[in-house]
Design a protein around this ligand. Structure first.
Ligand code: ATP
Ligand code: ZN
Length: 299
């Protein structure tokens, strides 16, 4: 007779363990590791930086170049992956996008020389465009009925116009400072991208169950990041108005303060509404406003 624990671990051996591919080093590595940590998944035994087992979750992490992740997930070498949407669309592999991860935000844009007169995409007619994203760039050109010559290069795309290799580029942008330093201006955003969770099309039921658990944790972490816990002291004669400003998850918690005529109000507000609401709360006489980050949020 097997103990429950043995049965559970055997379930994982029978295919419930997930192999996750993340970027080995680069812009997505830190945030990918951080997200796993925030999901309570401990992979501190990653001394061998090719792969590492999680200690407390049925997960094995593979460290790879981001460009290779869609292919590995399509082939089932990895079951799931964290990778930029830009790479997912460019590689166009048979994988399923499951959940955006909230980091690695950037845009894929067309840029031309700062002094060029660019009115619309017709500017690109007959021009040379340097890019590491030929598939997405071609789709953009086709959609706009433009015939241009795509010149694929693997890195330092932003220097192409300066050295006479191309008249325009299509490259990833976040702040735009790299473009600026190279005398370029951004003229079209053709894709907005962030890191996303992709999965293989043929996960078995046990693997899907583990993935559902992981997604639930990721969603709780994401929700928590978008919200803040707010504590404040409110004069009782303004309580109704203050509560009306604070929707909370159900409704705010209100506790009497030791000082007569005052209450302590606790609630959760959306980060995006934060400054607006805080201003109004102050006008209504709220004092001692504390805004606290939330680690996980399960609703
Ligand atoms: P690898 O060695 O894994 O191939 P890489 O050099 O292709 O790495 P990075 O520059 O580390 O890739 O970028 C990885 C991903 O980070 C990009 O594909 C994109 O999704 C995201 N990213 C976010 N902001 C930017 C940015 N400003 N420039 C480039 N990529 C960005
Ligand atoms: Zn890459």
């Amino acid at each position: 007779m097997k103990s429950t624990n043995e049965v559970a671990s055997n379930n994982y051996d029978n295919g419930g363990k997930l192999k996750l591919a993340i970027q080995k080093s680069g812009r997505l590595n830190d945030d990918s590791m951080k997200l796993l940590k925030e999901c309570g998944i401990d992979i501190s035994n990653g001394v061998n930086r090719l792969k590492a087992d999680a200690n407390n979750f049925p997960l094995e992490v593979f460290f790879l170049r981001d460009d290779d992740i869609p292919q590995y997930v399509e082939d089932g070498v990895a079951d799931i992956g964290f990778v930029g949407e830009n790479v997912v669309y460019e590689k166009n592999k048979e994988v399923i996008e499951v959940e955006k991860l909230g980091f690695g935000k950037c845009r894929l844009s067309i840029a031309v020389g700062r002094n060029e007169e660019y009115v619309d995409a017709n500017y690109l007619q007959g021009k040379k465009i340097a890019t590491s994203y030929p598939v997405i760039t071609q789709a953009f050109l086709d959609k706009n009925g433009i015939n241009a010559d795509i010149h694929e290069i693997s890195g330092s795309v932003e220097i192409a116009p300066g050295i006479g290799l191309a008249e325009a580029i299509c490259d990833l942008v976040s702040s735009g400072s790299t473009l600026f330093m190279n005398g370029l201006k951004e003229v079209e955003v053709i894709l907005k991208s962030e890191a996303t969770l992709i999965k293989n099309k043929n996960l078995n039921a046990a693997q899907q169950q583990v993935l559902d658990k992981l997604i639930f944790r990721i969603q709780s972490v994401k929700k928590a990041k978008h919200n803040k816990y707010v504590l404040l002291n409110a004069p009782n004669d303004q309580l109704d108005k203050i509560i009306a400003l604070l929707p909370g998850m159900k409704s705010p918690t209100v506790l009497p303060l030791a000082t007569e005529g005052w209450s302590s109000v606790h609630t959760v507000i959306k980060e995006s509404d934060f400054w607006d609401i805080i201003e109004q709360l102050k006008e209504l006489g709220a004092q001692g406003i504390l805004v606290v980050p939330i680690e996980k949020m399960i609703i």
